[in-house]
Design a protein around this ligand. Structure first.
Ligand code: ADP
Ligand code: 5GP
Length: 211
């Protein structure tokens, strides 16, 4: 696979602030990034719009997408399906956009296995009490769902070392700057610049002729 854009997966405990960070990133650097919109069988939260936060689909529709190989990956998270539609991601990478998937850990690891050049980034609040208070403060889930999400957070924490980067979301603005800097620095990695390296090598070869 040869793409101009970089594929980044952002994961993090529910309530860590991923959605908030993504919104800021898209607001500040809209020309640079494309945010993939996942399909899910979970119900929309108040204020969420079909086709903006997610494509909200039935279980049957989701299973059809799996059967048609229309998803890069999919996973189950607290009793619902979530998955990444393929076409948009590859179109945007071809257009030179840095594409971000905001997905949970099982999906993240599947993407990395399929596309090893993917950057895996884990976002965390500064501590567990802050996580609980952000989840409660968001006010979008009932107490039982919050408890499931916190218990899932403990499970997800076991896999954090598999990520390339671990970013603390304490002061939002600092975190957004850091996420942007990490992804942009990735463009300078030698292995992502092989074509340029080959061109320069060839040009230099001309100089060395006749020496
Ligand atoms: P996630 O998408 O990871 O589940 P959200 O983006 O919905 O998390 O954030 C969870 C809650 O925490 C929201 O109410 C959001 O406004 C708040 N939040 C996000 N980032 C910060 C931050 N840096 N400091 C304080 N509150 C935050
Ligand atoms: P939420 O219900 O809070 O929007 O999302 C629950 C979890 O599902 C989050 O960890 C989120 O990152 C993850 N998620 C969202 N979309 C996808 C997806 O397409 N694939 C996978 N594997 N996880 C997703």
């Amino acid at each position: 696979m040869k793409n101009k854009g970089i594929l980044t997966v952002v994961s993090g405990f529910s309530g860590a602030g991923k959605g908030t960070i993504m919104k800021e990133l898209m607001k500040n650097y809209s020309d640079t990034y494309a945010l993939s919109i996942s399909a899910t069988t979970r119900a929309p939260r108040p204020g969420e719009v079909n086709g903006r936060e997610y494509f909200f689909v039935s279980t049957e529709e989701f299973e059809n997408m799996i059967a048609q190989d229309a998803l890069i990956e999919h996973a189950q998270y607290v009793n619902n399906y979530y998955g990444t539609p393929k076409d948009y991601v590859f179109e945007q990478l071809e257009n030179g956009k840095d594409v971000i998937l905001e997905i949970e850990i099982q999906g993240a690891l599947k993407v990395k296995e399929k596309y090893p050049d993917t950057v895996l980034m884990f976002v965390s609040p500064p501590n567990a009490a802050e996580l609980k208070s952000r989840l409660e403060g968001r006010g979008t889930e009932d107490a039982a769902t919050i408890a499931s999400r916190l218990s899932r957070a403990w499970q997800e924490a076991q896999g954090v070392e598999k990520y390339d980067y671990f970013v603390i979301n304490d002061v939002l603005e600092d975190c957004v700057k850091k996420v942007h800097a990490i992804i942009q620095n990735e463009h300078a990695r030698a292995f992502r610049n092989q074509e340029l390296i080959d061109t320069i090598k060839n040009e230099l070869k001309e100089f060395s002729k006749g020496e």
